[in-house]
Design a protein around this ligand. Structure first.
Ligand code: 5GP
Ligand code: MN
Length: 339
């Protein structure tokens, strides 16, 4: 893989007159995905470009306070408009994903566009569909990479308070509030620079973490109390959620985020999975600790991928069959999970 420099990428954009820029990110975007997309959009606007964020799907309401959010186009709600913009684009920034399958049907639209694709991402094993690659799988977050992209161009002063808030949000969430191994001293320095822009970090935390609906809190309580299964033999914790349970608790996009981590908070547990029946597919979230690679497990058994310690996948059989397949696959890793 050839990595490109931030200056080279910005020069390519500057070489086109009035470039049309689209920014997209993975389906069901999380805080890093939306924060990096909107942070980049606000930065590009500050240097005189127009950029439109297109999300393949909807996303959690606790992300909708970020500046520029109201202009975001959701592909599944407005495919005609999104297709036209993508078709006409000169550049498409692809943020926080590196496989076109991660943006669902919109992936074909992006692939068919003649626009130059610019990847900014921190996931392992990139597919290589892009023209320009700004990638580092040791980065804490895509928001950190967007900051590095701006910094390398000597344009930090163009990050205003609103863009800083977007970028800070993705760093906070993707580092588990600065606790994961991926959080480096550089991550902390970048976060400090963003704080110096005048953001209110306690308000950001409040918006993202202390804005749950009552039903979401009750759903989490129910899932932990009634649905958590601990497979001590494998130091693994499993939660399965049926479609009826999603309906009963009125679970909406974003409500299940973070649920998988409770399994991993049990002493000695090295691997946690959350398996949810999303009707058309069964969606899985994996988290691991130590030397157990969640992304390799997801890739080998459940059509997935992601990071070493945080990955996802999907299955096309029933919830029960998926859980059985998961338990069968675990047997292959007994030594590793007990070590
Ligand atoms: P989450 O469990 O929070 O949905 O996802 C954890 C991580 O794994 C995220 O970085 C996400 O981008 C990645 N991920 C989730 N689902 C999939 C998937 O189906 N395929 C791949 N390649 N990555 C995934
Ligand atoms: Mn990310």
């Amino acid at each position: 893989m050839v990595l490109h420099s931030a200056t080279e990428i910005l020069k390519a954009i500057a070489s086109v007159q009035d470039p049309k820029i689209v920014i997209t990110t993975h389906h069901k975007p999380d805080a890093d995905a939306m924060g990096s997309s909107l942070g980049l959009k606000l930065f590009l606007e500050s240097i005189g470009y127009d950029a439109t964020v297109i999300s393949p799907t909807d996303y959690a309401s606790f992300l909708k306070w970020m500046k520029g959010d109201e202009q975001t186009i959701v592909y599944e709600h407005n495919p005609t408009h999104a297709k036209a913009l993508t078709h006409e684009a000169d550049f498409i920034f692809c943020l926080d994903f590196n496989h076109l399958s991660r943006i669902n049907e919109y992936g074909d639209v992006v692939a068919d566009s003649n626009a130059k694709k610019i990847l900014i991402d921190h996931h392992q094993f990139p597919q290589g569909f892009e023209d320009y690659t700004f990638w580092d799988d040791t980065a804490s977050s895509t928001c950190e990479l967007v900051y590095r992209f701006i910094h390398a161009n000597g344009l930090d002063h163009k990050i205003d308070k609103d863009a800083a808030a977007c970028l800070y949000t993705g760093i906070v969430t993707d580092t588990g509030s600065f606790r994961f191994g991926s959080c480096s001293s550089e991550t902390m320095r970048i976060s400090a620079s963003l704080m110096d822009k005048g953001i209110k970090h306690e308000e950001i935390f409040d918006r993202v973490y202390d804005s749950f609906t009552e039903s979401r809190v009750r759903f989490i309580g129910y899932a932990i109390s009634e649905k958590l299964e601990v497979l001590h033999e494998y130091n693994t914790a499993l939660i399965t959620i049926t479609k009826e349970e999603l309906k009963k608790y009125g679970v909406v996009t974003g409500d299940t985020e973070g649920l998988v981590n409770y399994g991993l908070s049990i002493e000695g547990i090295k691997f946690a999975v959350l398996i949810i029946d999303r009707t058309k597919i069964v969606k899985m979230s994996f988290r691991s600790k130590g030397d157990f690679a969640a992304n390799v497990f997801a890739m080998q058994h459940f059509n997935g991928g992601g990071h070493f310690h945080a990955a996802g996948g999907s299955s096309f059989v029933s919830l029960e069959e998926t859980a059985d397949q998961f338990k069968t696959a675990l047997k292959l890793y007994k030594g590793q999970l007990n070590g």
